[in-house]
Design a protein around this ligand. Sequence first.
Ligand SMILES: Cc1cc2nc3c(=O)[nH]c(=O)nc-3n(C[C@H](O)[C@H](O)[C@H](O)COP(=O)(O)OP(=O)(O)OC[C@H]3O[C@@H](n4cnc5c(N)ncnc54)[C@H](O)[C@@H]3O)c2cc1C
Length: 415
Amino acid sequence: MSPRTIAVSREIPVRNQTDVLVVGAGPAGFGAAVAAARAGARVTLVEQGMMLGGMWTLGLLSPFFDNADKEGLNRELRAALQERKAWGGLWDISFDPNEMAFLLDEIAVAAKIDLLFGTMATEPILDNGTVRGVVIENKSGAQAILASVVIDCTGDGDIAARSGAPFELGRPGDNVFQPMTMMFRIGGVKEEYPRDDIILWYKELVKRVPEEQVLEQVPFNYPAIIKLPRPGEALIQWTHIRRCLSTDGDALTAAILEGRRQVKNALKLFEEIRDVLGDVHLLALPSVIGVRESRRITGEYHISDEDVKQGLTVKDGICRVRFGVDIHEPDSKKQTCWAHPGFDIPLRSLVPLKVENLMTAGRCISGSYAAHAAYRVTGNCLAMGEAAGRTAAEAAATGKSVRELARAGAVTRQE
Ligand SMILES: Cc1cc2nc3c(=O)[nH]c(=O)nc-3n(C[C@H](O)[C@H](O)[C@H](O)COP(=O)(O)OP(=O)(O)OC[C@H]3O[C@@H](n4cnc5c(N)ncnc54)[C@H](O)[C@@H]3O)c2cc1C
């Protein structure tokens, strides 16, 4: 019988020692690394993929929600993309993902961030509940990076969870979480197709093919076409892969295969509505599947349902979440949406309980199932990253802990 576990012990080289180590370069990780570097910290940014931007680039998503009213990098990216004619499309808040990737590279290089692509952070280096760095694996093999502060921007909270920080998963009661979606990019969309009507094509499709047959091919009945700035190009958000957990390597692999199978089915169904959509073709598959939710790391502050409904305002508010609660139901083809008055993300919700020298930013911060379904959009994740980056840089420079700084409410608010 093969053994269930084996012990592995090895010595690995230390690649470098830095002030701030950011793991994951999605909207949150990019924001954290740039803000920390601009605040004067030495920053290493580790990313398993080959591009900065996470879901913006690897995942092929648009529009840029909760960007419009924010300052900082939200404004900077919007302005730069507008200048490059790579901004517009659906609701006038979508962007070209390739141009986004070029832009993020330029900003990160100008900020002198030490970048490592194709690199997975596998485990924290812990000293009595204090994170001292992480172990990474890439083509060089296993190495250690030591840091004064680590910011976990992996989306899944990999480093925080492996450090022993408590976390929640899914909805209260049964812990079931929202489905994944594999996005894809198409060309050949008719000029006349209305820019801001995300679902007209689907309504036409189900007039021609019985809806139950359509849903057997792609099991979600509120899909979206997201027109991009370049004429004829669009992203499609349609596939739904349920009950596959992104933190389980085997489940993630199964979800990716199922996502691509559904993309193929979708392309076949588009042939039925050529007169509505155009003679469309596949331009690009994403490099990562879209994960709406996994671990929510419990922090110094937990954003509750009541906070969302009452419009929480706090002194350590990073930014205001305006995007409504948007839940793709875990077990059905339904989407549940509700509005709220707007609420703050407290800096304290980025500081995990039980572990020192560690912050989170992005979709893995501390909040309820419903709160997460609003704050997870990318304008908020970018602003959270910036707040985490500035706080970490200050901690590294002053020797104060990130917990102390967060409790003191040291944050520059972005509307
Ligand atoms: C299908 C879908 C559609 C969406 N639509 C929109 C939309 O239209 N507009 C909007 O604003 N938001 C949208 N969202 C929400 C938004 O995309 C995410 O909530 C947001 O990207 C989260 O940002 P993040 O930086 O926390 O994580 P991510 O964008 O997921 O970035 C995490 C990064 O960390 C890297 N990483 C992960 N683990 C490791 C590791 N161990 N080591 C090294 N690197 C690692 C990943 O490769 C990735 O680059 C959508 C989400 C999904 C899934």
